[in-house]
Design a protein around this ligand. Structure first.
Ligand SMILES: *[C@@H]1O[C@H](CO)[C@@H](O)[C@H](O)[C@H]1NC(C)=O
Ligand SMILES: *[C@@H]1O[C@H](CO)[C@@H](O)[C@H](O)[C@H]1NC(C)=O
Length: 307
C-alpha cells in the first residue's frame, strides 16, 4: 500500500460515521403520567427522565400537569445539565381540558442544534361541523430538521380520553386534512397515547377508523407491542402514525418501538412506575446527507491517490 496514512484516515472516517450512525435522528412520544411538582421533587425520577428524553432529537411529552409552571423549566434545566453535547428547548401548548380541575399540556422538547420550530398551531375547541371533538385539542408543530432525509415535517400530538377514544381518533383524521391544506405539506406524523387498544378501542372499531383504513397512513407501532410498564397489562396504547410516501421512506425500517426503560436501566417495576406507567415510543429518521458526503469524500480521495 503506497498510502498507509490515507488508508488510516479513511478507516478513521468510516469509524466516525459508524459511531454517529448509532444516533440517527430520533422522534419520541412519552406519556409522563401526571408530570408536575411532586415528580419534579424526586431526584431519581428526574434523573431517569433526563436519561430517557436526551436520547431523542424531538420528544412529545404528554400529561404535563404542571399547574404552577415550575416542573417543566426544572426538567429542561436537567436535560441541559445531563447532556452537555446538545442544547434543549421546548414549545408547550396551553393547559387543555374540559374541566378546570383537570388540565394537561402537550410539550415538545427538542435539540436546538438539529431542529428548529417553524410553525405552531393550536387546533381550536369548536370548529364548524366538529363541535368540541377533543378533550385535549392537538397542538400542532412544524419542525425543520435539515440533516434528516425529510428536511421538514409536522407533528400532530394526541392524548385521547379513554372514554372517547374512537370519536377522538376519527376527529384526528380531520385535523390531518386541515394541517395538510394549511401548510401545504404531506409530511405529517400523528403520535401519542391514543389509548388505541384493550378496553378503549376494539380491533373492530379500529378497522373502521379513517386513520386506519386510509392507504396513505402507516401505523408504525405494531399491534401486540406492549407500551405499558405494569407487568399485569399488555396494551398498545401509544402509537406513531405517518402520512405519505416520503415520510415512510424517510423512516429507518423496523426502528419504531417502545423504549423499555425499566429493562434498559435495570429498575424494579415499582421504580419504573414512579417515572410513568407508559413506555415512550420512538422512531428513527434516516440521515439525509450521510451517504452523499461519504461518497464525495471517497471520490476526492480516489482522485487524490490516482494523481
Ligand atoms: C448525518 O449528516 C450530518 C450532516 O450532514 C453529518 O455530519 C453526519 O456525519 C451524518 N451521519 C452519518 C451517520 O454519517
Ligand atoms: C366525551 O364526549 C362527550 C361529547 O362530546 C363529552 O360531553 C364528554 O365530556 C366526553 N368525555 C370525556 C371524558 O372527555
Amino acid at each position: 500500500m503506497r498510502h498507509p496514512f490515507l488508508l488510516q484516515l479513511l478507516l478513521a472516517y468510516v469509524g466516525v460515521c459508524d459511531v454517529r450512525g448509532v444516533s440517527e435522528f430520533k422522534i419520541c412520544a412519552f406519556n409522563l403520567q401526571h408530570f408536575g411538582e411532586s415528580k419534579a421533587k424526586k431526584e431519581d425520577v428526574m434523573h431517569t427522565l433526563a436519561k430517557i428524553i436526551t436520547r431523542c432529537d424531538v420528544s412529545l411529552l404528554q400529561e404535563v400537569r404542571d399547574s404552577k409552571q415550575k416542573a417543566l423549566p426544572q426538567l429542561l434545566e436537567r436535560l441541559n445539565k445531563y447532556d452537555i453535547y446538545h442544547k434543549y428547548a421546548a414549545v408547550a401548548s396551553e393547559r387543555l381540558g374540559r374541566s378546570e380541575a383537570y388540565q394537561e399540556q402537550y410539550v415538545f422538547v427538542y435539540r436546538t442544534d438539529t431542529v428548529t420550530v417553524t410553525g405552531q398551531y393550536q387546533y381550536p375547541d369548536n370548529r364548524p361541523g366538529d363541535v368540541d371533538a377533543f378533550s385535549r385539542e392537538p397542538f400542532v408543530v412544524r419542525f425543520k430538521a435539515p440533516k434528516t432525509a425529510l428536511k421538514e415535517f409536522v407533528l400532530v400530538p394526541q392524548h385521547t380520553s379513554p372514554a372517547n377514544t374512537t370519536k377522538e381518533l376519527e376527529a384526528l383524521y380531520d385535523v390531518l386534512q386541515h394541517v395538510r391544506k394549511m401548510w401545504k405539506t404531506e409530511n405529517v406524523m400523528l403520535l401519542g397515547d391514543f389509548n388505541a387498544d384493550c378496553a378503549y378501542l376494539s380491533k373492530r372499531s379500529r378497522q373502521k377508523l379513517r386513520l386506519f383504513t386510509e392507504n396513505s397512513l402507516s401505523w408504525l407501532i405494531k399491534d401486540k407491542t406492549d407500551t405499558t410498564v405494569r407487568s399485569t397489562t399488555s396494551c398498545t396504547y401509544d402509537r406513531i402514525v405517518v402520512h405519505g410516501d416520503a415520510f415512510v421512506n424517510a423512516v429507518v425500517p423496523f426502528s419504531a418501538k417502545p423504549f423499555n426503560f425499566q429493562l434498559e436501566y435495570q429498575l424494579t417495576e415499582e421504580q419504573a412506575l414512579m417515572v410513568s406507567d407508559h413506555y415512550p415510543v420512538e422512531v428513527l429518521l434516516k440521515n439525509g446527507t450521510a451517504k452523499l458526503s461519504f461518497s464525495l469524500f471517497l471520490i476526492s480521495l480516489l482522485t487524490f491517490i490516482s494523481r
